[in-house]
Design a protein around this ligand. Structure first.
Ligand code: FES
Length: 87
């Protein structure tokens, strides 16, 4: 599991194994748009302020993945203990 800090919502949430960031956001009343939920469409994109991402989507370019400023919340996860998201 890892933690997500929501910078604009002043919340810290835990994302357990087996749940997506998108799942956890919705369970906590954060309304995120999504469509494919397979990492392909880009709808669930969220800004990353701090932390390392394991990108599991096929939407972002290699350059964007290396930059690490965005995450697809339906499939991708943290490589670090904590991500600070621009939500
Ligand atoms: Fe399509 Fe996440 S909902 S990439």
């Amino acid at each position: 599991s890892f933690e997500i800090d929501l910078a604009r919502s002043a919340m810290t949430l835990t994302v357990p194994a087996g749940k997506s960031i998108l799942d956890v956001l919705r369970e906590n009343g954060i309304n995120m748009s999504s469509s494919c939920e397979q990492g392909a469409c880009g709808t669930c994109r969220c800004g990353v302020i701090e932390g390392d991402v394991i990108h599991q989507d096929v939407y972002l370019s290699d350059g964007e993945k290396a930059e690490g400023r965005s995450i697809m919340t339906c499939v991708s996860r943290a490589a670090s203990n904590r991500l600070i998201l621009d939500i």
